[in-house]
Design a protein around this ligand. Sequence first.
Ligand code: PEP
Length: 247
Amino acid sequence: MKRNKYIIGNWKMNGDKSSIKVVNTINKSLQRKRYNSKIVICPPFTVLDFYSRSLKRSKISFGSQDCHHEESGAYTGCVSSKMIKDIGAKYSIIGHSERRQYQNESISEISNKIISALKENLKVIFCIGEQDSEIKVRTKILRKQINSLPAKIDTNKIILAYEPVWAIGTGKTPSLGDINSIHQNIRKIISKKFNPKIGKGISILYGGSVNPKNASDILNLDNVDGALVGGASLKARDFCKIIDSYN
Ligand code: PEP
């Protein structure tokens, strides 16, 4: 089964309008070459509108790094899925470990966010991942996190991103064998929860210290369908090299 491939940049709390240089360089380089993944950038809310509109006809799609599950209301500081959709963004990252950790996002809150994003027709980049732990504990954590997904899912609307927390921003990554087998295990969990067709069809990205040096090895693993890239997505050259290493 052919699965969609993605290279997604998560700018976190970085980047402003001047980062258009980065985006334009990436866009230009995409026009010159053949690549086989969908390219998405998730900048901060403050510039999401600017990028979604300025690069509407580009090869890059844009997404948010979070969303609120209510459409509107007394939720100071929050931005709803509907608002994100209205400015032309197509994706939303949900359940990133930094939000689970610093904003105390719970499994049920994440579940509500996923439902609201899907209702607005946003594609969900759903992050899961464990702190350093042994296989049994890891499987239990991943299974619990996966329970945030609604009872029925469409593999064109949900993208999973497996991001071991200890690998984010540290320069450390699991071994290639571990990444492949964990992704395979996630597929098994998904197959069991939904059905084998969904398990085979869902795109599972790897995230955590992906850089131009390790990208090719990681991206070309059987069970890896792309990467969620933090730090390296803010540097046009690095991000382009990561895209180039996906064949
Ligand atoms: C992330 O935060 O989603 C991430 C993958 O970060 P980094 O690539 O910097 O480890």
